[in-house]
Design a protein around this ligand. Structure first.
Ligand code: COA
Length: 180
């Protein structure tokens, strides 16, 4: 996977949307992205503001995983700023299987970008990492995410009652799968 390589460009409301692989300069924008999601109490597993040090460590581990084909990661750039990211982590024991996660800044949701990002992640996952199936976990009240995943061909295969904590509150956790 080539650092910073552009995978796709398109336009929404005259704005250019760039889907590309991450590069080192993205750390600050990714920190802003994760902290904006924590601030709005989004339905994601990270629920504590991240420091620059924590984000940088995470990011460099990511870059190594990308280069070693242990994951796919694609960022969404608009107006020279990273506004979203998605990833598929390869399962170390079953490398035909990956786990998907995706987050966009609030300002760019509901424009179809999430669906497009998932499509590109799945394409790269299949072609470059030879993945055969992708699974994901979503918090049951996260209706937009559940709808988006279904539209991308994911099938709901189960639900773990009180499987995940959201700011201390136990929520059901939905499991979805897509075979590639
Ligand atoms: C989940 C997420 C990635 C979706 O990305 P997005 O760009 O907003 O998604 P899209 O615009 O491609 O599609 C959204 C779909 O949800 C639908 N939707 C919007 N509000 C909805 C609601 N309240 N309930 C159900 N569906 C809803 C939209 O109509 C659209 O469906 P359509 O294609 O049938 O019209 C984005 O909302 C996000 O980043 N959320 C915060 C982080 C998060 O929850 N990540 C997922 C963790 S599992």
């Amino acid at each position: 996977m080539e650092i910073g390589k552009i995978i796709k460009k398109n336009k929404i409301n005259e704005k250019e949307i760039i889907f590309r692989y991450p590069k080192i300069e993205d750390v600050d924008d990714l920190l802003k992205l994760i902290n904006s999601l924590v601030k709005e109490k989004a339905y994601i597993t990270i629920q504590k503001q991240q420091t620059k040090k924590e984000e940088t460590e995470w990011f460099f581990k990511n870059l190594a995983d990308l280069l070693n084909k242990k994951k796919v990661m694609i960022v969404v750039e608009i107006d020279n700023q990273v506004m979203g990211m998605g990833e598929i982590k390869v399962n170390s024991k079953n490398p035909y299987k990956g786990e998907l996660g995706i987050s966009l800044r609030k300002e760019i949701r509901n424009l179809g970008i999430g669906k497009e990002l998932i499509k590109e992640l799945l394409k790269v996952g299949k072609k470059e990492l030879k993945l055969k199936l992708v699974l994901l976990y979503a918090m049951a009240p996260n209706k937009i995410a559940l709808h988006t995943y279904k539209k991308c061909g994911f099938e709901r295969v189960g639900e773990i009652k009180k499987g995940v904590l959201h700011y201390g509150k136990p929520l059901n956790q939905v499991i979805m799968v897509k075979y590639l």
